[in-house]
Write a protein that binds this ligand. Structure first.
Ligand code: HEC
Ligand code: HEC
Ligand code: HEC
Ligand code: HEC
Ligand code: HEC
Ligand code: HEC
Ligand code: HEC
Ligand code: HEC
Length: 252
């Protein structure tokens, strides 16, 4: 290299030599050393498809199970777990469908499994059925009370507090402790069986609270209720924009 440079004393000529040498190296690398499959998009796709095709298929898909487990398949289709694939819970089961006697899928019977979806998590959509796994019937398998293929509450709860524990506990230490939930909500019996499909009513008007709180209120519960002037008191808003109805308080 040193000798080569002596033949070109002019710095500009030396620069040209260096650039030319780099260009030659570049051409060799691009056309000689990089494999064709890395430069050709079609070739890249073809090799990716081959690579994926070579992987073993582990999941059989939802409908494959229907062939032999038709009863379970039909049961599940009508229940709350209709949108869950069998293999969401039983794991990949392709091998099982091919040789059901030898290969058995997982059975997720342990308590820790179901809370992956059902443990209380504030980021889940409001109304998604959630429980506190520590407090909710501890020590027993979930499947001992809920059929995993058609989950429902095993018995219809009698009390509103079974499902609205927080509201019930709050009301129990509030000024409204003596009022029943049904004083303010008309709750059809069916609400306790399919709560999201059949909803109770909620008070809609100021006059509703006025039944007990307006000056000339006649309700039998109105006797001990502090009175307000319904026409003037907070007149632009419904009452529960200022007073939480399950624990009404008056700021001192
Ligand atoms: C070709 C028929 C066939 C297909 C398809 C099939 N199974 Fe099975 N499966 C069986 C048989 C047979 C048994 C054993 C029955 C028994 O023990 O009562 C079984 C048992 C099971 C068990 C219980 C295993 C145990 O340890 O008791 C599970 C869970 C299961 N299958 C899940 C699935 C899932 C999920 C699919 C769909 C991906 C599926 N099966 C598809 C035939 C099939
Ligand atoms: C939400 C999770 C979940 C889904 C979805 C699910 N399973 Fe299960 N499966 C379980 C659990 C948990 C058990 C164990 C039940 C027990 O211990 O009594 C079980 C048990 C079984 C058994 C053993 C026999 C029995 O009836 O107890 C079979 C067979 C089975 N499942 C097949 C299926 C098939 C087929 C599907 C889809 C149609 C499916 N499972 C969907 C959780 C699930
Ligand atoms: C992959 C997530 C997932 C897993 C795992 C799962 N569930 Fe569910 N579960 C759901 C979905 C989704 C619903 C339907 C929610 C709806 O309709 O709004 C549901 C509904 C339910 C309900 C109905 C609640 C009601 O509204 O009355 C019960 C009970 C239930 N699951 C119990 C279980 C049990 C027991 C297991 C374990 C064997 C389990 N779930 C595992 C997703 C899951
Ligand atoms: C001893 C029986 C029993 C066991 C065990 C049990 N549950 Fe429940 N579950 C109930 C009853 C009863 C209800 C109805 C509401 C209530 O009384 O708390 C219910 C309600 C639910 C609901 C519906 C809540 C709603 O807001 O609609 C879900 C989800 C649920 N259980 C999931 C589970 C999971 C997950 C497990 C296991 C970690 C489990 N349950 C174990 C009896 C049981
Ligand atoms: C089996 C469980 C369960 C029982 C028992 C139950 N509820 Fe509910 N309730 C729910 C669920 C779940 C919702 C829906 C929550 C959501 O969508 O966020 C709900 C919603 C409501 C709502 C709101 C309706 C709306 O339009 O927003 C009211 C009010 C209500 N319940 C009152 C009651 C009263 C009063 C009782 C007793 C007579 C009762 N509930 C018993 C589960 C229950
Ligand atoms: C004094 C009347 C009153 C009583 C008693 C009452 N509620 Fe309510 N409740 C309301 C009003 C008003 C709303 C509407 C609040 C809103 O729209 O912001 C409401 C809303 C609700 C909601 C919808 C969710 C929420 O927190 O806004 C549920 C669920 C509910 N009530 C359940 C109950 C249960 C369960 C009881 C008994 C433990 C009960 N309520 C007792 C007046 C009452
Ligand atoms: C059936 C009668 C009845 C209805 C309907 C009723 N209340 Fe009351 N309310 C009472 C009684 C009784 C008390 C006083 C209890 C006590 O402290 O002795 C009370 C107390 C209050 C207080 C005073 C709390 C304090 O700190 O002194 C407020 C605020 C209140 N209610 C708001 C409401 C609102 C808002 C509604 C409508 C959603 C409503 N009430 C519906 C009976 C009722
Ligand atoms: C704009 C907010 C606002 C609205 C809307 C509102 N309140 Fe009040 N309320 C207050 C405040 C603040 C107090 C305490 C100061 C006072 O007595 O004016 C209070 C006090 C009360 C008291 C206690 C009075 C006493 O003498 O102890 C009752 C009962 C009451 N409100 C009921 C209602 C009812 C019923 C409605 C609906 C018709 C309603 N409020 C609407 C803000 C409001």
């Amino acid at each position: 290299m040193g000798k080569l440079f002596e033949r070109f004393p002019d710095p500009l000529a030396r620069l040209i030599v260096v650039v030319f040498a780099l260009a030659v190296v570049g051409v060799i690398v691009v056309f000689g050393l990089i494999p064709k499959s890395m430069m050709d998009v079609d070739a890249q796709w073809a090799s990716a498809v081959k690579r994926e095709e070579a992987r073993p298929i582990k999941f059989a898909g939802f409908h494959a199970c229907a062939e032999c487990h038709d009863k379970l398949y039909e049961t599940k289709k009508k229940g709350y777990h209709r949108d869950l694939s069998c293999e969401t819970c039983h794991g990949p089961a392709k091998a099982h469908t091919e040789d059901p006697d030898k290969v058995k899928p997982d059975i997720p019977a342990q308590r820790a499994f179901c809370p992956q979806c059902h443990a209380y998590d504030p980021s889940r959509p409001r109304g998604f059925p959630q429980i506190n796994p520590v407090a909710h019937n501890p020590l027993k398998a979930c499947a001992s009370c809920h059929n995993p293929h058609d989950p429902k509450p095993p018995t219809t709860p009698k009390e509103c507090s079974a499902c609205h524990g927080e509201i019930a506990r709050m009301k129990a230490v509030s000024h409204h402790v003596q009022l029943e939930c049904t004083t303010c909500h008309d709750a059809p019996q069916q609400h306790k069986v399919s709560p999201r499909a059949v909803k109770p009513t909620k008070p809609q008007t100021r006059e509703f609270c006025g039944k007990c709180h307006r000056k000339d209120a006649k309700d039998k519960m109105a006797k001990n209720a502090p009175k307000i002037d319904l026409a003037e008191h907070g007149e632009k808003y419904v009452c529960w924009q200022c007073h939480y109805p399950h624990s009404p308080e008056v700021e001192q």
